[in-house]
Design a protein around this ligand. Structure first.
Ligand code: NI
Ligand code: MN
Length: 226
C-alpha cells in the first residue's frame, strides 16, 4: 500500500488498484499540491462535515463518480447533492472491495456550511480505520485526546496513524504525543497544522516529544510505502 500526505488532513492511499482520498480540502488550502480537476479517486473517505474536510468532495465525486464513505448524516446530505454514498457510524465497520472501513470515535463537532451560509447537521465526527493488504491505517480526523485511543490501538494494531497536531480545534503536539502512547502505532504522521495562523505548529516539536515510537513528518506530496 502507498500512503501520501497532501496538506491539512488530506491523505491519499493506493491499494488493490484503487485510489482512496481522505478529507479532500483543496480549494482554500495553500499547503496542498493537489488540483481539483486532476483528482479522480475511486473512493473519498470523510471524517466529519466541517468545510476544511468535506472540501472539494462534491466537485471531485461528480467528475469521477467516486463513492463517498462518511458519517451517516453527512452521507445523507451528500446524497441529496447527487453523490453516491455509503453512510456509517462510530464502531461500525464494513468490508468494501477496496478494503475494510471502520469508524471510530472522535472528540470534536460536526456541521457543514453551504454556499448559502446554511448550517447543515452532519452527525457524529469520526476517526477512520482503513484495513487492506494486512495493514491498518488510522486517520484520526479532527479530535482532542481521549482515553479510548488505547482501546482503538489494542483492538486494531495500527501500522500508520495520521494525527492532528494543530491545537486550538484538535490535539496540539503535546497531547498528540500522548495519543501516540495510547495508540502505539508503528509510525505516526502529523497532520492538520500550518494551514491557518491559529493552527501554526512545528511538526519537529511533535517528533521530539514522542519517545520510543517512530514519527515521520511527511512533506506535502511525499509517499510512504507500507
Ligand atoms: Ni473539524
Ligand atoms: Mn479541521
Amino acid at each position: 500500500m502507498q500512503v501520501s500526505y497532501h496538506g491539512h488532513s488530506i491523505v491519499k492511499l493506493k491499494t488493490r488498484g484503487k485510489v482512496i482520498l481522505f478529507d479532500p480540502f483543496i480549494t482554500g488550502n495553500h499547503l496542498t499540491d493537489l488540483i481539483v480537476e486532476d483528482e479522480k479517486p475511486d473512493v473519498i473517505l470523510l471524517t466529519h462535515g466541517h468545510n476544511d474536510h468535506v472540501g472539494d468532495t462534491v466537485a471531485i465525486a461528480k467528475s469521477c463518480e467516486a463513492l463517498i464513505v462518511a458519517p451517516f448524516e453527512l452521507a445523507n446530505y451528500l446524497e441529496s447533492q447527487g453523490l453516491n454514498v455509503h453512510g456509517m457510524n462510530p464502531g461500525g465497520s464494513h468490508e468494501f472491495d477496496f478494503g475494510t472501513v471502520k469508524l471510530t470515535k472522535a472528540f470534536h463537532s460536526s456541521s457543514y456550511t453551504t454556499r448559502g451560509n446554511e448550517v447543515v447537521y452532519t452527525g457524529q465526527p469520526a476517526g477512520i480505520l482503513f484495513m487492506a493488504e494486512g495493514k491498518t491505517i488510522y486517520h484520526a480526523g479532527d479530535t482532542g485526546l481521549f482515553g479510548d485511543m488505547e482501546l482503538i490501538g489494542k483492538r486494531h494494531p495500527i501500522d500508520v496513524a495520521f494525527l492532528p497536531i494543530g491545537d486550538n480545534f484538535t490535539m496540539g503536539p503535546t497531547d498528540a504525543a500522548f495519543a501516540v502512547e495510547l495508540l502505539r502505532p508503528a509510525v505516526s504522521i502529523p497532520i492538520h497544522f500550518n494551514t491557518f495562523p491559529v493552527i501554526k505548529q512545528d511538526p519537529a516539536l511533535f517528533k521530539t516529544l514522542v519517545k520510543g515510537h517512530q514519527v515521520k513528518v511527511l512533506d506535502v506530496g511525499e509517499i510512504l510505502d507500507c
